[in-house]
Design a protein around this ligand. Structure first.
Ligand SMILES: NC(=O)c1ccc[n+]([C@@H]2O[C@H](COP(=O)([O-])OP(=O)(O)OC[C@H]3O[C@@H](n4cnc5c(N)ncnc54)[C@H](OP(=O)(O)O)[C@@H]3O)[C@@H](O)[C@H]2O)c1
Length: 265
């Protein structure tokens, strides 16, 4: 059980992050909760006045993160865990192809994670140095929220999928380099989760799960110090099987997911 920890959770105002926030607070953790919307936490703050500290920031903006850094350092001088959950999704609809869409998606899903870690890592290392001799459960931890979309290339996910694939590589590398600092790193890859992010999807979402279930999976993987956790299994396993079958995906499965182009170039 994750309890009594000091946790920075990004993307805490809605969807998976919101459920994570409530569960972590109920378990007795001190949570510094981030999102861009300043008033997102008013109700929960009233319920957990001593455990919740809102930290408004835009993870993709260096100016906003400079302010957030000073604020976070005034709140705490160490962190047990950072959960990098803030994310956004925009699909590419050819023939429209805007570089700005890629900039927006990467700013939040990739650079946003880098920006948060630049602030969190010194605080996590401070924690791990002081508890280096202690048991696994007291080691500091980075948890990053990627996506099952990185298992295979999905139509229209050029920006979203690429931003999460970049995140996967970054996190796998970071795990190697943080070993020397006693900081554990967990990567989670959810499938489709019913949240405001997927509300706009007008295509079938196999294996759709609730945000509450997704939050439980992320907490479980963090508690177990998993390196990688893909869920739900009923979507992850078929995708992994299809990936292992080489050209099957591109030749037979993906074409069925592609929309008929509205017009030619
Ligand atoms: N839903 C799914 O099917 C699914 C599947 C796989 C992975 N994921 C990943 O799970 C994570 C959470 O997604 P969700 O489905 O819960 O989405 P969501 O309901 O839209 O929540 C996204 C959260 O991120 C915050 N956020 C977005 N952009 C931000 C920015 N620039 N700076 C700071 N905070 C920002 C949002 O708050 P503000 O708007 O107030 O800033 C919100 O709290 C994302 O990383 C997403 O890619 C989701």
């Amino acid at each position: 059980m994750i309890t009594g920890k000091i946790i920075w959770l990004t993307g805490a105002s809605s969807g998976i992050g919101r459920d994570l926030l409530v569960k972590l607070l109920r378990a007795g953790n001190q949570v510094i909760a981030s999102a861009r919307s300043a008033d997102a936490f008013t109700e929960i703050k009233a319920e957990f006045p001593h455990l919740l500290t809102p930290l408004t920031c835009d993870v993709g903006s260096s100016e906003s993160m400079a302010t957030a850094k000073a604020k976070l350092q005034s709140i705490t001088d160490s962190l047990d865990m950072v959960i990098l959950n803030a994310g956004c999704c925009e699909y590419v609809d050819l023939p429209a192809f805007e570089p700005q869409l890629f900039e927006r998606v990467f700013a939040t899903n990739f650079q946003g994670v880098v920006n948060c870690l630049a602030i969190a890592l010194p605080l996590l290392r401070a924690n791990s140095r002081s508890k280096a001799q202690a048991n696994v459960q007291s080691r500091a931890q980075v948890v990053a929220v990627s996506s099952l979309s990185t298992v295979l290339p999905f139509p229209r996910a050029e920006a979203y999928g690429a931003s999460k694939a970049a995140l996967d590589y970054f996190i796998a590398t970071l795990r190697l380099d943080l070993k020397a600092f006693n900081v554990d790193v967990t990567l989670v890859q959810p499938g489709f989760v019913a949240t405001p992010l997927t509300e706009k999807n007008d295509f079938p979402m196999p294996g759709l799960i609730s945000s509450e279930r997704a939050a439980d999976e992320i907490i479980w993987a963090s508690e177990k110090r998993k390196k990688l956790h893909r869920f739900p299994r009923r979507l992850a396993w078929p995708l992994l099987l299809l990936r292992s079958l080489g050209p099957v995906w591109e030749r037979w499965v993906a074409p069925a997911l592609i929309r008929k182009p509205p017009t030619l170039y």
